[in-house]
Design a protein around this ligand. Structure first.
Ligand code: ATP
Ligand code: MG
Length: 224
């Protein structure tokens, strides 16, 4: 086993049944190694299979065939409660829309993610909000803050359990240039500080160019 690799994908395929006779082959044999501490951008046209791939890496969805190893372990062999525990502790998710729970404050939203992993560390939740520069909004609900602020809270939520791997699906897709750039800078700062691994699907060309590596997908395969 190569200790520098956090995720290893071997010949991953995924299709969706779209009618009785028709399957849509969305991933057609993906081979990809993600190294510890790197920031990888996944780019490609709409429908290329980027989100599907990210969901499989995040163990939210299972491949039809192929193998995925996380730090050398085939996590899809875990039973569903072990897999949920693995996911809660090891993987952080950031989406295009923040998906904060509207009836809870920023701090509570972060804390809930910590509780799902079996903890309730309010001090750490506050520290994470501080880390992403949004502690002054800790007691506000999502409807009382801006989109950029909400995305910072969502990032604090993704980080609360100190995951080794953070997956982001168009994290700046819903933000104006200024807020998008602030979030990009934040991701690089976080990597520097915690040496976490990021896999980021993005349509933002500048962002992709600034990542350590760009993986380009088209029609269910990696083309470069
Ligand atoms: N649950 C599903 N059932 C059927 N088809 C699906 C499902 N999820 C995704 N697809 C199809 O799989 C293909 C790839 O979807 P995916 O969401 O991975 O693309 P994407 O590269 O993330 O695109 P975008 O840039 O628009 O987000 C699309 O044709 C999509 O319609
Ligand atoms: Mg997508």
């Amino acid at each position: 086993m190569n200790n520098d690799i956090i995720v290893e994908l071997k010949n991953i395929t995924k299709s969706y049944k779209i009618s009785k006779e028709h399957n849509l082959n969305v991933l057609k044999g993906i081979n990809l190694n993600i190294r510890k501490g790197e920031i990888v951008a996944i780019v490609g046209k709409s429908g290329a299979g980027k989100s599907t791939l990210l969901h499989i890496i995040g163990t939210l969805d299972k491949p039809d065939s192929g193998e995925m190893l996380f730090e050398g372990e085939n996590v899809f062999n875990l039973n569903s409660s072990k897999l949920s525990e693995f996911r809660a502790k090891q993987i952080g998710f950031i989406f295009q829309f923040h998906h904060l729970l509207p009836e809870f404050t920023g701090l509570e939203n972060v804390l809930i993610a910590n509780m799902i992993a079996g903890f309730k560390d309010e001090t750490k939740a506050l520290q994470m909000l501080k880390e992403v520069g949004i502690e002054h909004r800790a007691n506000h609900k999502p409807s009382e803050i801006s989109g950029g602020e909400a995305q910072r809270i969502a990032i604090a939520r993704a980080l609360i359990n100190s995951p080794n791997l953070i997956l982001a699906d168009e994290p700046t897709g819903n933000l104006d240039t200024e807020n998008a750039n602030a979030i990009i800078d934040l991701i690089f700062d976080l990597r520097k500080k915690f040496n976490q691994t990021f896999v980021i699907v993005t349509h933002n060309e500048d962002f992709a160019q600034s990542c350590d590596r760009i993986v380009k997908m088209a029609d269910g395969v990696i083309i470069e």
